[in-house]
Write a protein that binds this ligand. Structure first.
Ligand code: ADP
Length: 151
């Protein structure tokens, strides 16, 4: 059976930490779908969604195993729609763990065939956070060190 994984997130913006998870995920899965969701709690985005999709598509233009989509539904239903049997997520710290543990238990209930796979962040990217990048960008700081494309 083809191993298809969804890597869901807000990706506001997509960072070098996310890129690292994708590259490592590519050695585990036959197909990797990056799903940019509208996070209900976060409501509005800072980086425009279409722009982010284009940036990520360009980044993986030579990697046929990667697809990029926008979605606005439960991740578990999205996975069913794309015949994905794995959810890929990254873990940086205990705060991530608490949150990921809760959503992964819920996803298991909603779609028992969907297995969540966690990759521990590479130490180099442990401090890279979309939230902090947005904050410093707002005040005009250079964020190019943290993102794998030109802003
Ligand atoms: P969400 O809003 O769903 O948390 P994010 O875009 O913030 O979406 O993150 C998507 C996934 O990537 C999450 O599993 C998150 O823990 C993980 N992630 C974010 N930053 C990093 C990083 N620097 N290293 C590894 N994983 C990360």
């Amino acid at each position: 059976m083809k191993k298809i994984a969804i890597f869901p997130g807000s990706f506001d913006p997509f960072t070098k930490g996310h890129h690292d998870i994708v590259l490592r995920g590519l050695s585990l899965f036959d197909e990797l779908i990056i799903g940019i969701g509208y996070n209900v709690a976060k409501k509005t985005r800072y980086f425009e969604i279409e722009d982010m999709v284009n940036k990520i598509k360009t980044l993986y233009k030579d990697e046929p195993k990667v697809k990029v989509i926008i979605y606005n539904e439960l991740t578990s239903s999205l996975a069913k729609k794309h015949n994905a049997n794995f959810l890929l997520r990254g873990l940086r710290n205990t705060t991530d763990f608490e949150y990921e543990n809760t959503i992964s238990q819920m996803n298991r209930k909603l779609n028992p065939e969907l297995e969540t796979v966690f990759l521990i962040t590479s130490p180099h990217f442990a401090a890279v956070s979309s939230t902090v990048i947005r904050e410093v960008h707002k005040f005009g700081a250079d964020i190019s060190e943290y993102i794998p494309y030109e802003v």
